[in-house]
Design a protein around this ligand. Structure first.
Ligand SMILES: C[C@H](N)C(=O)N[C@@H](Cc1c[nH]cn1)C(=O)O
Ligand SMILES: [Zn+2]
Ligand SMILES: [Zn+2]
Length: 479
């Protein structure tokens, strides 16, 4: 049963107002990984809570405790909980999203201010968080508002969990979910039938997708320290072991230019795909031209689309993100940095977990460091991690999402595994024991985490219709 046509019409008629609300959300720089923005993450939690309340949702701000960031103990942003509908005859869907964002500075190469939503002539809504993940969260608000204003009853009961730490390891959330679950029928998640998350992207720019897998993550720091302070390279060059020299040598031993992970045992954990599995990837609407357009260069590691897709969806990857403490400014500072920290992450696929992979990384880097005969000090550790997740797509939750996609887009969705990570997904699946579905709103070229992140106007508006239609399709299924 598709959503009422009045609902879809309402969403079209109110598109400009919905975009204005997205602009208000983007204007709050809720960067969870930057201590100086912690107040903004709190402000964003309040913004979402206020919106939910206005839309008739019963809410609660859940204190998740504290964390230590850059040596300071600071408060974690609260999780925003919402509840609307308690009809025992209806199914109950838990909606998850995150209102924190990745850092963004104009100087990174943005064409416009990252925290001012800019509407381009072609309909792109450009701003940090537009696609990841404020647009999708606001999509749910749009759906609630349409039902309220049209006087259409929600076809399902809804529970919401919106967090403000997803981009920084979802600190505190797993413990909260476990504790609430342990409270049984008094707990927040009591009665939840399935979970729906809109926080990833289509493969390309034309075909909507439904996602049944995510990679896990082991985000690691490798720190080399030596001198008591930064040194003049003219005075001390070739007289001391330099931390930066040691670090870049180690970083150079992690991954080959074609993406092969050089840490013994890591790539070997994954069995090769058989022909039946390869076919799943062959069938997806994707080409090398899509990846080239999304990254803005002809740099795919292979000309074989299936191999590229498998590299993203069913193989681990290792990326080097940066070096803290290294000189990176303009000019030509002749410094020997005293302490440098390399940051890299490994995206994990089943059966890999941080517990299985991290000891291999530590052992390998320590052995490679020993070969350098350096007198500097090495420290390798896990900063945050999460396990991979793969779901059963034969569940009615997926059936409803496929029907909704066909109703809104008149197309069969691509069935994908996402290369990114949403650590709480597996927690929902394992702790609550329910089916989880990923129903993305944005396109593969949205530039999440990158400069000029955008969400296309049509994806925001049709995506809102998709979320609303999905609720009605869930209600129509006899399960
Ligand atoms: C897929 C999701 N929208 C996302 O971007 N997740 C992040 C999670 C993360 C973990 N550490 C930092 N961010 C990702 O996949 O990088
Ligand atoms: Zn993200
Ligand atoms: Zn996200």
């Amino acid at each position: 049963m598709p959503a009422p046509t009045t609902l879809l019409g309402y969403i079209d008629e109110n598109a400009d107002r919905f975009i204005k609300r997205l602009a208000d959300a983007v204007a709050i720089p809720s960067v969870s990984g930057d201590r100086t923005h912690r107040e903004d993450v709190f402000k964003m939690a309040k913004f979402i809570e206020d919106q939910l309340q206005t839309l008739g949702v019963q809410t609660r701000l859940e204190d998740l405790g504290t964390e230590t960031l850059d040596g300071h103990e600071i408060k974690l942003p609260p999780a925003v909980l919402g509840k609307i509908g308690e009809d025992p005859k209806k199914k109950t869907i838990l909606i998850y999203g995150h209102f924190d964002v990745q850092p963004a500075f104009k100087s990174d190469g943005w064409s416009t201010d990252p925290f001012t939503l800019t509407i381009a002539d072609d309909g792109q809504l450009i701003g940090r968080g537009s696609s990841d993940d404020k647009g999708p969260i606001l999509g749910w608000l749009n759906v609630l508002e349409a039902h309220r204003d049209l006087g259409i009853g929600l076809p399902v009961n809804l529970r919401f969990v919106f967090e403000g730490m997803e981009e920084s390891g979802s600190v505190g959330l797993d413990e909260f979910i476990a504790a609430e679950h342990a409270r049984g029928k008094d707990g927040w998640f009591h009665g939840v039938d399935v979970v729906c998350i809109s926080d990833n992207y289509w493969l390309n720019t034309r075909t909507p997708c439904i996602t049944y897998g995510l990679r896990g993550l082991a985000y690691m720091f490798v720190q080399v320290s030596g001198p008591a302070r930064d040194l003049h390279s003219g005075v001390f060059g070739r007289t001391v072991h330099e931390p930066m020299t040691d670090l870049v040598t180690l970083l150079g031993k992690l991954v080959a230019p074609d993406g092969t992970i050089l840490i013994p045992g890591v790539d070997d954990m994954i069995r090769a795909a058989d022909s039946e599995e390869r076919e799943l990837y062959d069938r997806l609407d994707y080409s090398i031209a899509d990846i080239e357009a999304a990254v803005g260069a002809s740099i795919a590691v292979s000309d074989d689309k299936t191999q590229v897709l498998m590299g993203r969806m069913r193989q681990p990857s290792l990326s080097i993100h940066g070096i803290e403490g290294a000189f990176y400014g303009s000019g030509a500072k002749t410094v020997i940095p005293a302490k440098v920290t390399g940051k890299f992450s490994i995206r994990l696929v089943p059966p890999q977990t941080p517990d299985k992979v991290v000891p291999l990384v530590i052992q390998y880097l320590e052995a490679e460091f020993a070969k350098l005969n350096s007198k500097n000090k090495l420290r390798v550790y896990l900063e945050h991690g999460g396990k991979p997740w793969v779901a059963d797509i034969k569940h009615w939750n997926y059936e409803a999402a496929i029907k909704a996609t066909q109703a809104v887009y008149n197309k069969l969705p691509d069935m994908t595994r996402e290369g990114g990570s949403i650590p709480v997904t597996l927690t929902f699946a394992e702790t609550l024991g329910v089916n989880v579905l990923l129903l993305p709103m944005g396109r593969g070229d949205d530039g999440a985490h990158s400069t000029n992140e955008k969400l296309d106007r049509s994806n925001f508006i049709e995506g809102t219709k998709l979320l609303g239609t999905y609720l009605h399709e869930v209600a129509a299924i006899n399960a």
